[in-house]
Design a protein around this ligand. Structure first.
Ligand SMILES: [Zn+2]
Length: 250
């Protein structure tokens, strides 16, 4: 039964992700997120079967029926990853539906801002403002530890990123971290709470430095949000065990 529910959540998660891709792609361009999906090249309306998550790409044979412009393989890839993340978090949290709901909201936020950072190098304020009150209220009501840790997490997340940004500016004479990354970390801090927020940034920086080295040769500006996303997932899943092990050393 659990397998069936996980599979349904995978399908539902990939549908949600395909909507989040649209939000992440269109919001920074000040376009409406409602209305039918169109071909980016010629504006032709995409047929209904092209909108089926993951499979839609294959049903339209990877191109627009009207102008034959190729559709990027990244769309079904995003949908697959998004669906898997929703299903996996259900699997891990199926005994705690409140926590699963909070994690789903966090996943939604991270998918939108990751797409928007990858596509436009922007973390839209409107998205952050929409998620901030929801995350704040839910986390204060249902914290991992207590509400003080929630508030401190938000303040510290923002604070550390702000200091890092100032340091980066002085050290490298260019903007290493955008304002969007800093504000995003306020929300991440609320979600992870004070005990895990450092750890997530530590993971994000390690991945960012390692993989960023390769990407730097191909891109002028390496997006940091995808690494932040990985850092948040690792800190959330392994942070508590890692902290316990670390504190056990003393
Ligand atoms: Zn077209």
């Amino acid at each position: 039964m659990d397998y069936l529910i996980a599979f349904i959540i995978f399908l539902y998660g990939s549908i949600l992700t395909s909507f989040y891709i649209l939000v992440g792609m269109r919001l920074p361009m000040k376009k409406t997120v409602l209305g039918r999906s169109e071909c980016d090249a010629c504006g032709a309306v995409i047929p209904w079967f092209g909108l089926v998550p993951i499979l839609g790409y294959f049903l339209v044979r990877g191109q627009c029926a009207t102008c034959e412009t190729k559709v990027s393989i990244k769309y079904p890839a995003y949908e697959l990853v998004g669906g898997l993340l929703f299903a996996l978090s259900y699997w891990l949290m199926r005994d705690n539906m409140v926590e699963y709901a909070i994690v789903s909201i966090m996943l939604s936020l991270m998918i939108i801002v990751t797409v928007s950072d990858l596509e436009h190098r922007i973390v839209p304020d409107r998205v952050l403002l929409m998620f901030l009150p929801i995350l704040l209220v839910l986390r204060v009501l249902f914290p991992l530890t207590n509400w003080v840790a929630v508030v401190l997490g938000g303040v510290l997340g923002f604070g550390i990123m702000y200091l890092l940004a100032i340091y980066g500016q002085k050290r490298f004479k260019q903007e290493a971290l955008g304002g969007g990354d800093i504000k995003l970390y306020l929300l991440i801090g609320l979600f992870l709470e004070v005990q895990l927020v450092f750890l997530s940034l530590f993971f994000a920086s390690i991945f960012g430095l390692l993989i960023g080295q390769f990407l730097k040769k191909k891109m002028t500006h390496v997006p940091f949000v995808p690494f932040i996303f990985v850092g948040v997932i690792l800190a959330y899943l392994y942070g508590p065990a890692l902290m316990q092990w670390y504190l056990g050393l003393f």
